[in-house]
Design a binder for this molecule. Structure first.
Ligand code: HEM
Ligand SMILES: *[C@@H]1O[C@H](CO)[C@@H](O)[C@H](O)[C@H]1NC(C)=O
Ligand SMILES: *[C@@H]1O[C@H](CO)[C@@H](O)[C@H](O)[C@H]1NC(C)=O
Length: 592
């Protein structure tokens, strides 16, 4: 076992050369003065020079780099992006505002305030590191598609999420990424009708527990329920064996005496799910500190601590699945029906290394599980606020599929309104609201609205937000902040989205577009069809749901109408869940 140094110590060792260079240079300079020029510098001045050299050197280096960058920009007929206003040195006030915002504010508030001053692209330099935020479709297109080869997730992203994910398709770059993408892609492109069997099994489980709980008189945290549904579905697809998180039961409202029980608290699936969620929160909060995150987890890696809990749960499941695979191979029995069904079956064709397989499956689980649960959560939240949309969606379900039958692949394709509801939810509540790339070489972003092209230096972090882009009135029309699925069907579609497809990229775009897009639409549609066959209305359980802070009511945009607190780690979620009640459908309801 290798000895693990605390993260803070590792960072100090890494920074030491850069830290020591200035005082060492001062020392040499003073010696030269003394020996060659015979000038003796007074002690107090020597002392001052040593002390000041440490903070001054990075500042001078930043000023110098800025100078070089603006010259490079000018040489290409471009300019540098505007600098976000910072009153304190090293952008510390911006950092503090962002930290405060992540605690009680509305998502993206600080960035939106900056955008009002600087436009939709600006450099929020924090701790002396450039960070060029953008929510401009033309630039997002450059990052993801037209200049794909000049951007990567970057060594910093990898460093930030390595203790969460190891290395896999989701967090690697370059040839490593190509290898992982090639390895996982065939798994998704196959037409897997049997997928629906897995959806059916877990949807049935979830919905019947949901019904039962409502009959007992309690509301249900819809977010928790669909997270269990997507976790069980994902693990069954990936490993061929689900983690039975629905088997732990649905939680009761926190105010209920039944909320705390030894059974639920000690249930391995709950322990796993909670540790996994905390690991994601911890990993994503590192993003704020850039390469300095180790200072904030000085003595121990908070993500790894939680992932160790997750591994205790996942490793035996993986080991089992691998063993089964080996036994089958040795006995020569070809399990035709199952061959190639799970990701695991697929991966063992490429490698037997359990760590590679574990990392890859976790990469895909993280990409697919919380995102789809988030989509379903925000759909139900929106349906609870827009009963007219629910009625129309339900009508479509009953017309196309009827009141009890399982939906087929063809049904899904014909449910246009379902797609529009999903898209409209993905627009206002994209499960991946913020993302980041790092430039691997200097590039120029094209001119937008007659402005000058922008120069992006090499090794620069460029965080981009589809969340903020999806809500821009200049891109979507004056009603951009309203939830209205018809905008994906009526003339607004041709007016805004068709001519400018990069204004809507919930699944990203370009060579790294989400591998599971179709899978996600199917999974979400399947669940919603089954749900709306069983229930006819939905309302937020305001007696249980914790409302947002009172000052939100005075906020701009959707902040004022929000009934739940939205947060984001790698993905978007509702901070205190989404507690709902639903009315059971009339069983005699005839199919229209
Ligand atoms: C509503 C649901 C989903 C949304 C909004 C979503 C969104 C995204 C986004 C934005 C990315 C790009 C991440 C990046 O490169 O920075 C991505 C990548 C990915 N997604 Fe999804 N996703 C969803 C569901 C799924 C599902 C269900 C799966 C698999 C079962 C999946 C598998 C993947 C994989 C493997 C990648 C990495 C692709 C690569 O880097 O080459 N996603 N997804
Ligand atoms: C694994 O490889 C074997 C032989 O090359 C092939 O028959 C099988 O279909 C592959 N399985 C998967 C899941 O790709
Ligand atoms: C929903 O968005 C996807 C792109 O993500 C698009 O292909 C599809 O046509 C849209 N469907 C509807 C009904 O808006």
């Amino acid at each position: 076992m290798a000895i693990q140094l605390p993260p803070g110590i590792i960072l100090i060792f890494r920074r030491l050369p850069r830290l020591l260079l200035p005082p060492v240079s001062i020392y040499i300079l003073l010696r030269v003065c003394d020996a060659v020029l015979d000038v003796s510098v007074p002690y107090w001045l020597q002392f001052l020079a040593y002390i000041l050299s440490i903070p001054l050197t990075p500042m001078v280096s930043v000023i110098y780099t800025d100078y070089v960058d603006s010259r490079e920009a000018a040489a290409r007929g471009a300019v540098l992006p505007p600098r976000a206003t910072s009153k304190w040195p090293a952008g510390l006030d911006i950092l503090l505002r962002m930290v405060a915002n992540s605690k009680t504010g509305y998502m993206g508030e600080v960035l939106e305030q900056e955008a009002e001053i600087n436009g939709n692209t600006f450099n929020a330099k924090v701790l002396l590191e450039n960070r060029i935020f953008t929510f401009e479709p033309e630039y997002i297109k450059a990052i993801l598609a037209t200049k794909f080869n000049s951007y990567g997730k970057g060594p910093m992203f990898w460093d930030q999420v390595n203790s969460l994910l190891g290395t896999g398709v989701f967090n690697s770059d370059g040839d490593t990424w190509k290898f992982h993408r090639t390895m996982t892609r065939p798994f998704f492109s196959r037409d897997r009708i049997s997928h629906f069997d897995i959806f059916e099994k877990h949807a049935e489980d979830a919905i019947s527990q949901f019904k039962q709980r409502l009959r007992e008189g309690y509301p249900v945290d819809f977010q928790d329920m669909v997270s269990r549904f997507t976790l069980d579905s994902a693990t069954e697809f990936l490993f061929g064996k689900d983690v039975c998180s629905l088997g732990a039961g649905l939680p009761y409202p926190p105010s209920s005496p039944l909320a705390k029980s030894a059974f639920t608290e000690n249930h391995p699936a709950n322990i796993f799910a909670q540790a996994f969620a905390e690991a994601q929160v911890a990993a994503s909060s590192r993003g704020r500190y850039g390469s300095n995150w180790r200072f904030f987890e000085f003595w121990s890696d908070t993500v790894k601590k939680r992932m160790d809990i997750c591994y205790q749960f996942i490793d035996p499941i993986l080991k089992d699945a691998l063993q089964k695979k080996r036994d089958l191979k040795e006995s020569g029995v070809n399990d035709d029906a199952k061959e190639g069904e799970t990701l695991l079956d697929h991966l063992v064709n490429y490698t037997e290394d359990p760590t590679v397989i574990r990392d890859e499956t976790l990469n895909i689980m993280i990409a697919g599980r919380d995102t789809t649960a988030g989509l379903l959560t925000f759909v139900i939240y929106m349906l609870s606020q827009h009963p007219v949309v629910l009625t129309r969606l339900r009508e479509e379900v009953l017309t196309k599929v009827g009141g009890s039958r399982r939906p087929t692949y063809d049904d899904m394709r014909e449910m246009k309104y379902m797609r529009a509801v999903l898209n409209e939810t993905l627009r206002l509540y994209p499960p991946v609201p913020f993302n980041v790339r790092t430039s691997t070489e200097a590039t120029v972003w094209p001119s937008v609205n007659g402005g000058k092209p922008l120069y992006i230096p090499a090794n620069t972090r460029v965080p981009y937000s589809v969340f903020l882009m999806h809500r821009r009135k200049d891109l979507w029309g004056p009603d951009a902040l309203e939830f209205d699925p018809d905008r994906f069907i009526d003339q607004r579609l041709h007016k805004f989205l068709t001519p400018n497809p990069f204004i809507f990229v919930p699944f990203n775009a370009g060579p790294r577009i989400c591998l599971g897009q179709q899978f996600a639409y199917n999974e979400a549609s399947y669940f919603l069809v089954r749900l709306l066959q069983a229930f006819s209305s939905v309302s937020l359980a305001t007696d249980v749901q914790k409302p947002p802070p009172a000052e939100w009511a005075k906020g701009p945009g959707r902040q004022a109408v929000e009934k739940i607190v939205i947060k984001g780690h790698l993905t978007m979620y509702a901070a205190d869940g989404v507690w709902v009640r639903m009315d059971e459908a009339n069983q005699n309801e005839t199919v229209i």
